[in-house]
Design a protein around this ligand. Structure first.
Ligand code: NAD
Length: 452
């Protein structure tokens, strides 16, 4: 059996050593899930709801422990980590409303009665990245379980600890054995078996666009359902008529939250030319003011990057010719630190404007007018998120409709709410998670005609 060391990215200390599952163990788990799925779909809707509510309550009772585990494993600030554990609880409570409300239709037809059912798929495989280990896992397993599926979940190699704990809490809450299993392992082993094993009927993948394309191609061989949540290069568009002070004060948090390791990071700031210089003047103290340091400290706003190799990748984007406007701070000593960094690219083809850095680096560019802003915002293969700052409500709506992205916010930087649909346009993904239709992504619609 292979093992892996889980490292605290803020201290570089080993937190624990863990066994990784191989292909045979993965197959055994998938087959257990298949058997468990048959029973789970027969559990009365009210009882399934009750079990999910108990799971939510178990998460709530262990919220601080889960949060501390994420601080140690992923270097998330304690404030963020508490929000993330709370999000799992909330997603489960929301999912608990699903079993009793999974309504079909009765459709008027000639000669009989026609009804539709939302049937569970069977076994669903959820593959999770390291940047938000808890919420991203829950957005998959919450509604999938609610709709009557069994779930096998593979956490990222770097961040398995909270997912493993969530698996234990599900069992403690009474979710039957085999219905929700957490399988730590490599993407190329455990993740690949989700793609190739015929009993897994759907793969929910969150991660890089590159791996997402391979998953989609692999799933095509069995016409396996997929939801893909991939990369982003989102724009924060600031118009001259906006509340410039607020736009500048909040811009760092729209991109540097979670040290920029956020698929929704607004890593391009587009500023109307007439206020460009003024905006940069306001942005500088805001960036320098971001509190970077020990993630366990309640006052910290930004922690370290996830690993040494990821830090090297982020650093590789800053070349000797890169125009760096200013940077924030970073602590000395051990830890995979990188300071908040603001760059001014010269050309639209600059990789800092086209590629996802996935670190605390933001590029600022000028635009002329509304049409120019939308053109630049859409000049990317990605389309996940974005923000629009303006005090003109008509413009806010026009630009919102014009930007090709799945999740936009006006005069704020919010992307994810469990009540609302989340997902990407273009190469940022396929399908939607969360929101009122969350369960439908985990069911097949069956139509039944009964002759009368
Ligand atoms: P990654 O693609 O390297 O890995 C993601 C997961 O896939 C991991 O669990 C990994 O083990 C697994 N995996 C890797 N190769 C695989 C394979 N061949 N078959 C099956 N599984 C495989 O991504 P990462 O570096 O962990 O995460 C960062 C990326 O995730 C960024 O691009 C980011 O934008 C994206 N992301 C997207 C969203 C979203 O909702 N759109 C959210 C968070 C992160």
């Amino acid at each position: 059996m292979t093992t892996t060391q889980v490292v605290n990215p803020a201290t570089e200390q080993v937190v624990t050593t863990l066994e990784l599952l191989g292909a045979a163990e993965t197959d055994a788990a998938i087959e257990r899930a298949q058997r468990a799925a048959a029973g789970w779909r027969e559990v009365a809707p009210g009882d399934r709801a009750r079990l999910l509510r108990r799971f939510a309550e178990a998460v709530d009772a262990n919220l601080e422990q889960l949060a501390r585990l994420e601080v140690a494993n992923a270097g998330h600030t304690i404030g963020n980590a508490r929000w993330e554990a709370g999000n799992v609880r909330d997603v489960l409570h929301f999912a608990a409303g699903i079993p009793e409300r999974l309504l079909g239709n009765q459709i008027p037809v000639a000669g009989g009665v026609d009804i539709t059912f939302h049937e569970p798929l069977g076994v669903v495989g959820v593959i999770v990245p390291w940047n938000f280990p808890m919420p991203i896992a829950a957005w998959g397993f919450g509604p999938a379980l609610a709709a009557g599926n069994a779930v096998v979940l593979k956490p990222a190699e770097l961040t398995p600890l909270t997912a493993i704990r969530l698996g234990e809490l599900a069992l403690e809450a009474g979710v039957p054995e085999g219905v929700f299993q957490v399988l730590p392992g490599k993407g190329s082993v455990v993740g690949q078996r989700f793609v190739t094993h015929p009993a897994v009927r759907k793969v929910v993948f969150t991660g890089s666009t590159e791996v997402g394309k391979q998953i989609m191609a692999g799933c095509a061989r069995q016409v396996k359902r997929v939801t893909l949540e991939l990369g982003g290069k989102s724009a924060n568009i600031v118009f001259a008529d906006a509340d410039l002070e607020r736009a500048a004060a909040t811009a760092p948090y729209g991109v540097f939250d979670n040290a920029g390791q956020d698929c929704c990071a607004r890593s391009r700031i587009l500023v109307q030319r007439s206020v460009f210089d003024r905006f940069l003047e306001l942005l500088e103290p805001a960036v320098r003011g971001v509190r970077v340091g020990d993630p366990a400290d309640e006052a910290t706003e930004m922690g370290p990057l996830i690993s040494a190799s990821h830090r090297a990748r982020v650093a590789s984007f800053i070349e000797p010719s890169t125009k760096v406007a200013f940077t924030g701070t970073q602590p000395d000593g051990p830890g995979f630190w990188y300071p908040p960094t603001v760059v001014l690219p010269d050309a639209p083809s600059d990789r800092l404007l086209t590629e996802e850095v996935f670190g605390p680096v933001v590029a600022v560019v000028a635009f002329e007018d509304e049409a120019d802003a939308v053109r630049i915002a859409n000049d990317t293969e990605y389309g996940l998120s974005g923000s629009i700052w303006t005090n003109d409500v008509g413009r806010a709506l026009r630009v919102s409709r014009g930007v090709e992205a799945g999740n936009l916010s006006v005069n704020s930087h919010s992307s994810v709410r469990y009540w609302t649909p989340f997902g990407g346009f273009k190469q940022s993904g396929l399908g939607r998670e969360l929101g009122p239709d969350a369960a439908l992504a985990f069911t097949e619609t069956k139509n039944v005609f009964i002759a009368t």
